[in-house]
Design a protein around this ligand. Structure first.
Ligand SMILES: [Mn+2]
Length: 351
């Protein structure tokens, strides 16, 4: 039996740092990726899909979005199991497709052949979340939850007690909440637990490959992470020491990113030291990169390669600044003086 484990889709989330047109297009794309996952499930003969919380970004998504998602689930052949997360707890679907199953408090389990599926909405995530029960020893048991795992006794809201669940015959604890995802880790004597991560990155705090976990139940459980996002986000540091102009810096960045697809998002951190006579002009670098990539963010972390100590005895504003900054730790002093000297030269600042 094939099963899909996905979570943290955050459909309907506002997208930061994009133009209104691009944000709208990307938002529609995120929904399409989820619907594409449902079609993939049918094509691959997947029998169950686990939605482990934060399917929506809020408990009140637009009716149009709710309809699109619910209709997509209804059209899918797999049985779809849903628990809420901290973002969409309490969400109401416009209707309940025959193949759509919710757990609410987690008092009930569903049986699919030799597999038992159990879960609980976010508001009931606390401790072992099984309300004192234990899963049947003879079936392959999946538990769907959204929250933070704890290795020891834990009764905080949204906290999952792994030491208790290790005694409950859980074979696979399907988790949502950590968008970066994790490798499978051991749970008690017979199980594993895993965060699948989000299906698509929503910005530069969600860099790298995103996708879902494909589970195969035969003799035991096989699990594989499959990348599925329609575009990825990358964060790249580029040392621009030795460059003498912004076109040279742009060239250096483009060379370093030449293998990345233009549909992706890139965040560039400019590093190294540059001459005071050739300041970094971040907005021109930004707009040059925007012609190449879908989403661009640039940060200037360069330093002036000047010897501040030669200003120490000067009776000038720069001299005064160098004397004042001498109390700061060395790394901080270079940063502060770089910004101050650039400001005195009337340059664009990125602080
Ligand atoms: Mn989330």
């Amino acid at each position: 039996m094939k099963i899909i484990h996905t979570a943290d889709n955050h459909l309907g989330a506002p997208l930061i740092g994009l133009s209104p047109e691009k944000a709208k297009a990307r938002s529609a794309e995120l929904t399409q990726t989820f619907l594409r996952l449902l079609r993939f499930a049918d094509k691959e003969g997947v029998e169950a899909i686990f939605l482990c919380g934060d399917l929506f970004d809020t408990p009140n998504p637009s009716l149009a979005l709710l309809r699109e998602v619910t209709d997509g689930i209804a059209a899918c052949k797999a049985q779809v199991f849903f628990v809420t997360g901290n973002h969409d707890d309490g969400v109401a679907f416009p209707y309940t497709p025959a193949n759509f199953h919710r757990f609410d408090q987690g008092a009930k389990s569903y049986r699919l052949g030799s597999v038992t599926v159990t879960g609980a909405d976010y508001r009931y995530v606390q401790g072992d979340c099984l309300r004192g029960g234990i899963l049947p020893a003879e079936t392959c048991n999946f538990l769907l939850l959204h929250g933070d795992v704890r290795q020891s006794f834990s009764y905080g809201k949204g906290e999952i007690d792994l030491s208790a669940l290790g005694q409950k015959n859980v074979d696979y604890l399907a988790l949502g909440h950590i968008h970066g995802g994790t490798e499978p880790r051991r749970l008690g004597g017979r199980g594993t637990y895993r965060y699948c991560g989000c299906l698509e990155g929503h910005g530069f705090d969600e860099c790298g490959e995103k996708g879902f976990v494909l589970i195969e139940v035969a003799d035991g459980i096989r699990q594989t992470f499959l990348p599925f996002a329609s575009r990825a986000y990358h964060e790249i540091s580029v040392d621009v020491s030795g460059t003498e102009s912004n076109p040279q810096r742009i060239e250096k960045i483009l060379a370093k990113t030449e293998n990345l697809p233009s549909k992706d998002g890139i965040k560039i951190r400019l590093k190294g030291s540059v001459a005071l006579s050739s300041p970094v002009h971040l907005s021109s670098i930004q707009s040059a990169l925007e012609e190449r990539f879908f989403h661009v963010k640039t940060e200037d972390e360069t330093r002036e390669n000047i010897d501040f100590s030669r200003y120490e005895k000067e009776r000038t504003v720069k001299g005064e600044l160098v004397r004042l900054a001498s109390r700061l730790p060395e790394e901080e002093r270079a940063r502060v003086l770089t910004i101050a000297f650039r400001a005195l030269n009337g340059e664009e600042l990125d602080v």
